[in-house]
Design a protein around this ligand. Sequence first.
Ligand code: 1PR
Length: 578
Amino acid sequence: MAMAAASSSFLAPRADALAGPTRRGARRVVARRPLTVAASKGEVTLLDYGAGNVRSVRNAIIKLGFTVKDVTTADEVMAADRLIFPGVGAYGSAMDILKQRGLVDPLREYCASGKPFMGVCLGLQLLFDGSEESGGVEGLGIIPGTVRKFDAPDLIVPHIGWNTLDVKKNSGLLADVPPGDRLYFVHSFRATPEPANEDWILATCDYGGEFVAAVQKDEVCACQFHPEKSGARGVGIFKNFLEGDVKETADAVAESRAVGTDVGLARRVIACLDVRSNDNGDLVVTKGDSYDVREKDEGGDVRNLGKPVELAGKYYEQGADEVAFLNITGYRDLPLTDAPMLEVLRRSSETVFVPLTVGGGIRDFTDSNGKAYTALEVASAYFSSGADKVSIGSDAVYVAEAYYASGGAKDGSTSVEQISARYGAQAVVISVDPRRVYVADPALTKNKCVKTSRPGPDGEAFCWWQCTVKGGREGRDIGAYELATAMEALGAGEILLNCIDEDGQGNGFDHELVGLVSDAVSIPVIASSGAGCPKHFSDVFEATNCSAALAAGIFHRGEVAISEVKAHMRSENVPTRM
Ligand code: 1PR
């Protein structure tokens, strides 16, 4: 009921000055322009209202040779010549901040002025009349329509990953995006095309139905996907915007743009870097066998497989869809004093234009001076250093135990709830570190069992997966199934499902575990641990509903390049971003 009442208030007046001549009509082809280095550089105005990570947007602008001018006041917005608005966080809090700063009317006026504007993600959604997110909130009212949650049955939400576009009209903005190319989306709400906003639609995307992927009218444009997280192609979109060449043209869009055999949301391939200090105090990428990261010889040092920033850059170049950094001793280090990890993020985000996840030590803690930090503050430090998502390991187990002990109560106080509320569900990944426990009879445990095809040492026909904390050092009486379902209920956006038994073994992913968890939740599940060859990736995608597969050892040891994995996946007809 509250929703309906709120929705009626979306009927705010629109900025009529935007209603210039529409350029729809015949579908047209735009001449491709070579992606060259910008001839003239200048200043770009960025409206960063302080709600989250816009470091990658900054880095993309700087990489293209432009400088960033931050604006916060109404006058500064109106004085801008070229404005980028990377909306971050939840719709309601974004509009609250815009209202508090008196920026609502200036933004409407700016967009009506004909000067170049580019919104990203929430920056697109805010242009619409309103959103049902945050209980129903009025937006800027520049584009007709209401933003609503994805609602198709059985759809995995958030929509996270790389998806193809159906380009509806010509624009220099997307001129360098070939048919069938994929761009990175991460969102739970979307606007849909309708007759009233038809003249704005530049491109749509299909995920449980058609939704608005990009809009444009003259120099005002916005993308639901993240150009700054869409690799070189996405940086090219910023380049087109910054160099002032986004005009819609009168040429027909090639029919082939929307046609292809490999379309839709791709299954993702993620490179994972387990990071910690070795005995000399150097921060290294390491890799364990069933979480044991020390060399096997006597007094073995921490295995050293390379430097975090260099390896992240290498995997980006090879086509990784995402990169994850796990600070594997975060449970004992004091995270906010862990400057090297923050620096790893800052430096990686300068060159790696795909999503970065960071985990390890996301929890409330008190430092040696007695100063207390909340998990939200720890996560905020990571986000502002360039992380797009944080992954929570040990603390999630404690939170889930308390959740069940209270009979499923949610009071908003936990790390998961607080980070999700502030940064959005899509920013909260739960890293699960389980190991198999065999039982002869499911009645012997309260945790969800499966009948396993790999019986236990004494012929036990059933097993469950016991969650651990502190990097596998301590087992708890809660299963991976129970943890994942509790985390979904508390607002997590994704499950990173490791498996201690398979870690570093190269025998393939544990399909029984991945199947159990990915069928239990409707948020994306990342299969992890055990990849030994490209076939293991296509196997897990075929056998389970997982959305992504993560590997470490085979990439670090140079046994397989990410590009080989992807070529194999495509040959097996797995939707793949190449
Ligand atoms: O508990 O919130 O501080 O988070 C600690 C984080 O560090 C967790 O995400 C946990 O998974 C991770 N972690 C802790 N100890 C280890 C260890 O290895 N000793 N690494 C560890 C987890 C597992 C995967 C690995 C895959 C793929 N590593 O991330 O990359 O198993 O490996 P493979 O392809 O070589 O098989 P907190």
